[in-house]
Design a protein around this ligand. Structure first.
Ligand code: FAD
Length: 392
């Protein structure tokens, strides 16, 4: 699969079938034509245009896994996986992928999975149409990996929750119209005292306090948000009061799988670009790809990418079949994020000085890849989870 074939076609690999490969071609054409040529400009501007959401919506990409009655395409998670992988492969921008996917794959799913019919109708059709942008707010200045220790409070007064606190590192945090927000709804907080509320940016007391400057993902906005006595109607509660930890865990599985799938797409891109470069760039009178050292380096990169793909597709298959896959998904997240970083670094090395220059996009790949072992649950947390699933 990783081998760059003359035809450019890829074999059908389970769990994907023919219809998914057709979708892949469509996504590839769109991303290559309408996203990739603008990435440098959007990176420099530190955001991609908001209209990109509506353009993606117009083509059906924001609603692939959502039912038609909500404005979606009526597909499955596999369709979404194709979108995420191909966006990473053809787009070459972690930031664009993060901004689009945070909306479709981590902010809207909890509403779809845990929301009432009325709540789904309120936020999802507008989200799927790209008219309203969503974000997921879990991380706080004082609570990252230890999610249960979050301190943003939502105190109930009659039909209203009054929310106070702050969230940080929120993807789409600056432009989001709605925030699916984890709050402490009991004195003790912790696993049995967290709930999710949907906050809307026009609510008094909701303030985007800062747009953060980052090492990578430059074209996505990452924000810090503060809440001062924000009055949120009780009808914005998602799922059961104090049942939010279940929601966090349910969301993490898909988020981590998507990060693994995105990494698989990004690795594929880097290998394609590197093979092409090694075939063209000459040193000592021949293409550098003819040097054994470079050839072996590329072979190792391809082997690591293929291992990552196999592990990730296995997790995806189990997830799609509704099987317990926490161990496999955590392993896929752990392996792929480090693998992508390593492959990006090796690709940069093979590109020599040109790899270090902005215009080739390789240095961006290295910077973008560095977030993988941190975001969506760190490597250390993945190892904890995997160890615990083994009874340790
Ligand atoms: C660009 C970006 C986008 C993000 N987007 C979002 C978003 O949209 N929504 C959102 O809610 N969050 C988001 N995050 C937050 C992200 O999920 C957290 O950064 C991540 O969960 C880690 O939390 P932390 O940064 O507070 O690190 P900490 O939890 O403070 O960890 C610091 C270090 O300690 C280690 N550590 C912590 N606990 C243990 C332990 N038990 N055993 C061993 N080591 C441990 C960690 O692995 C890490 O190496 C984003 C982050 C970034 C950087």
């Amino acid at each position: 699969m990783t081998v760059v074939k003359d035809t450019g076609a890829r074999a059908i690999l389970p769990p994907f079938g023919e219809e998914h490969e057709e979708l892949r071609q469509t996504v590839s054409r769109f991303v290559s034509k309408e996203i990739a040529p603008h990435v440098d400009e959007w990176e420099a501007a530190r955001e991609f245009p908001r209209e990109l959401y509506s353009r993606c919506a117009e083509l059906g990409f924001l609603g692939l896994k959502f039912p038609e009655e909500l404005g979606g395409q009526g597909g499955t998670h596999l369709h979404d996986a194709v979108w995420v992988e191909e966006l990473a492969r053809s787009g070459g921008s972690g930031g664009v992928a993060a901004g689009l996917n945070a909306h479709t794959s981590i902010a809207m799913p909890p509403i779809f999975k845990f929301g009432t019919e009325e709540q789904k109708q309120r936020w999802l059709p507008a989200g799927i149409a790209g008219e309203k942008i969503g974000a997921l707010g879990i991380t706080e200045p004082g609570a990252g990996s230890d999610v249960a220790s979050l301190t943003t409070t939502a105190k109930r007064h009659g039909d209203t929750y009054v929310v106070n606190g702050a969230k940080t590192f929120i993807t789409n945090g600056v432009r989001a119209d709605f925030l699916v927000c984890a709050c402490k709804t009991s004195e003790e907080g912790g696993h049995g005292g967290i709930s999710f509320l949907v906050l809307e940016r026009e609510m008094p007391g909701y303030e985007v306090s800062r747009k953060l400057e980052k090492m990578g993902w430059h074209s996505s906005d990452t924000g810090e948000i503060s809440f001062t006595d924000v009055e949120v109607p009780a009808e914005n509660l998602l799922g059961e009061e104090n049942g939010g930890f279940k929601l966090i865990m349910a969301n993490f599985a898909w988020e981590r799988l998507l990060m693994a799938i995105g990494a698989v797409g990004a690795m594929q891109r880097l290998i394609e670009v590197t093979v092409a470069y090694a075939g063209e760039r000459e040193a000592f009178g021949r293409p550098i790809g003819k040097f054994q050292a470079i050839r072996h380096q590329v072979a190792e990169m391809a082997t690591l990418a293929e291992t990552s793909r196999a592990l990730t597709y296995n997790g995806l298959r189990l997830f799609h079949e509704g099987q317990d896959c926490i161990q496999e998904v955590s392993m896929a997240k752990l392996l792929t994020q480090r693998a992508l970083l390593e492959i990006a670094d090796q690709s940069l090395q093979i590109h020599g000085g040109y790899g270090y220059m902005r215009e080739y996009g390789i240095e961006r790949a290295v910077r973008d890849a560095r977030l993988g072992p941190i975001g969506g649950g760190t490597d250390e947390i993945m190892k904890e989870i995997i160890g615990k699933t083994m009874g340790l």
